[in-house]
Design a protein around this ligand. Structure first.
Ligand code: ADP
Ligand code: MG
Ligand code: ZN
Length: 598
């Protein structure tokens, strides 16, 4: 019925009964709401179709790349094969190459542009270090982290490979030596490590690189953490923008991009930025068969939570070595103190501690004096302990990439290890206020949230899907909580709950109050401020945890969204209706959730 129809009805009825303006407004409102909901549906559909179109275009480019990878790069019949094997043993003291190392080296030695996607710790650096040693000219390695470059430099110097590094802090002597080497055809300098900032800022350096190129002295570029080029990545860096000029400045000089970030969208974007679209893309598997993945509900009560961790350390992980990750320095210190009071031998590690103290903690852990280290994510770079048997996340990670990397420090020796996440919705809101200003911060966080909320799927299949790897049900062999104890859960319709939450939110708006998730749940359970409660909304028959899970599900799927406000001391996350609220209110729409409501 349109507004005109309404008018007609009003005209006819005018004689008998008085239809007021209020009635007409109500009718119009009803229709407007319907239009809004239709529009929302169309917008959602448009979004889905646009994304699909982009995905198909990206797939075409990636297919081109993969067809290049069909060529047999994994053989020992290249001109350099013998030299490569000899240098591997004599210089690097390594017996065997790992998955994809040989194909990468052969391809870049053949002057192909390559992107290598390999999990952290897989051995990406060797893929440019070894070719650098057996090539005549200079390899320029761009890397964003000075401390990691220093580590590599020390390593190479020990092996008697000549390498140097340029960053804002480099002293003049070394800068001069490096600049001279670039324009000296007989120099034995093999690798120059450089930060992207330095490259973008130093005209002197770039003019020497230009000379090196003209002299035929510039062998190739290796770009570490190459995903930083892409705005879609989890840590886009403006200085990487400068690298987009390399291909046109130095035509014919091969580029090797290295990353542990896999999504096709990012890889395609990186290829476009570096002007190497359709280059060879080599992708190592992210599956770690010896890691057991598990998610547990984290008790809201601090004391219960502490007892749970104590129990784990004293029983299940007794005599085993591990890491417990927390989000904040305060949490790390608190948890360390509490666990020490319980008699657990444990160290604490975060960025605010003195370097000497940190290395002491590290060595006590390595030597087994500490069973575990309670750490912020500052603990990670350069960890080289093969027998880490458990990694506990005391708070969820910021992204699946972070989670994979942090949990992946377990079981480097190939033996079984456990990756356990303690999940609680409140922790997600603690993180969201820290990441919401990043372009894709919330999107990344919500991926972790849905990993934790999932009650049925194989954890490994969720991880594989995230890293865009194909996956078979049988690949897990009971190495995750859900595959060990499979439970069939029916999809439940949670639309009514969503609408009830909207009712509570509407009332709050009328009262000029904002609702945090905690207040929202309180009001739902008829607790907290009475002005926020809505009498027609029944108190849920399920637990608060289930209520939180429903809220998490609505958030991940766009029926709710976070609304951030700054107070004098902190940022607070409130909840409001999400972009899909129109859909949630339309009659024929159902919000399904694969979860047991109890
Ligand atoms: P990534 O950059 O992929 O995170 P790295 O290049 O830092 O990984 O390598 C991780 C570790 O693996 C280093 O200690 C390195 O020496 C070692 N490594 C690399 N390749 C091999 C190999 N083929 N055999 C044994 N160790 C290797
Ligand atoms: Mg690396
Ligand atoms: Zn599984």
């Amino acid at each position: 019925m349109s507004v005109n129809d309404v008018k007609d009805v009003i005209m006819i009825d005018d004689d008998e009964c008085q239809v007021t303006e209020d009635d007409e407004i109500a009718a119009i409102n009803y229709e407007l709401q319907q239009i809004e909901s239709e529009m929302q549906k169309l917008r959602d559909r448009k979004k889905i179709l646009t994304e699909r179109k982009e995905k198909l275009r990206d797939d075409i480019l990636l297919k081109k790349s993969f067809s290049l990878s069909k060529k047999d790069w994994n053989n020992a019949n290249f001109d350099w094969s013998a030299r490569l094997q000899k240098t591997l043993k004599d210089v690097f003291k390594i017996e065997n190459l790992r998955e994809l190392q040989l194909p990468t080296m052969n391809a870049i030695m053949s002057k192909e542009d390559v992107i290598l996607i390999m999990p952290t710790g897989g051995g990406k650096s060797l893929c440019y270090q070894l070719p650098a040693v057996i090539s005549k000219g200079i390899t320029i390695v761009v890397s964003p982290l000075v401390s990691l470059m220093e580590d590599q430099l020390h390593g190479l110097n020990r092996l008697n490979v000549k390498a140097t590094m340029l960053c804002a802090k480099t002293d003049k002597e070394i800068v001069k030596m490096t600049m001279d080497a670039l324009i000296n055809k007989n120099s034995n300098l093999k690798l120059i490590y450089v930060t992207p900032e330095y490259m973008a800022k130093s005209k002197r350096f770039m003019s020497k690189v230009q000379k090196a190129f003209e002299l035929g002295n510039l062998e190739r570029f290796a770009i570490d953490e190459v995903h930083c080029c892409s705005q879609w990545g989890h840590d886009f860096r403006p200085d990487y923008q400068f690298l987009t000029t390399l291909k046109s400045l130095f035509p014919g000089v091969p580029i090797l991009g290295l990353t542990a970030t896999a999504p096709a969208k990012i890889i395609v974007d990186v290829q476009k930025m570096l002007d190497i679209s359709g280059c060879l893309v080599l992708r190592a598997s992210f599956n770690r068969p010896n890691l057991y993945y598990e998610v547990r509900r984290k008790p809201a009560d601090k004391k219960l939570c502490l007892e749970m961790i104590e129990g784990l350390l004293k029983n299940r992980f007794s005599g085993k070595s591990g890491i417990i990750y927390t989000t904040t320095i305060k949490d790390a210190e608190q948890l360390t103190t509490n666990l020490r009071e319980k008699g657990v031998k444990i160290g604490c590690y975060h960025a605010m501690l003195e370097p000497e103290y940190r290395s002491e903690v590290y060595s006590k852990w390595i030597s087994g004096k500490y069973q575990a280290v309670v750490a912020t994510i500052a603990f990670g770079l350069g960890i080289d302990k093969p027998d880490v048997r458990f990694v506990i996340h005391h708070c969820v990670s910021k992204s699946m990439e972070n989670f994979y990397q942090e949990s992946g420090r377990a079981g480097r020796d190939g033996r079984k290890a456990v990756c356990l996440v303690l999940y609680r919705l409140a922790d997600v809101f603690k993180l969201s206020t820290m990441v919401f200003q990043d372009r894709v911060g919330l999107q990344n966080l919500y991926k972790v949230l849905s990993y934790c909320l999932n009650q049925t799927s194989c954890r490994r299949s969720l991880i594989a899907t995230h890293f865009e790897e194909s996956w078979n049900e049988s690949d897990c062999v009971q190495m995750c909580d859900h595959c060990r104890k499979p439970e069939v859960k029916k999809e439940v319709d949670v639309t009514q709950y969503c609408r009830q939450l909207y009712q509570i939110m509407t009332k709050a708006v009328q009262n000029d109050t904002r609702l945090t998730a905690l207040k929202l749940v309180d009001a739902w359970y008829a607790k907290g401020a009475s002005s926020l409660r809505v009498s027609d909304v029944p108190v849920p028959k399920f637990t608060r945890e289930t209520a939180e899970a429903i809220i998490g599900h609505l958030l991940v799927n766009g029926y709710l969204q976070e609304d951030f406000h700054f107070s004098s001391y902190s940022t607070i996350s409130y909840l409001k209706r999400g972009p899909k609220s129109g859909l949630a209110l339309s009659n024929d729409h159902k919000i399904l959730f694969n979860y047991e409501l109890h």
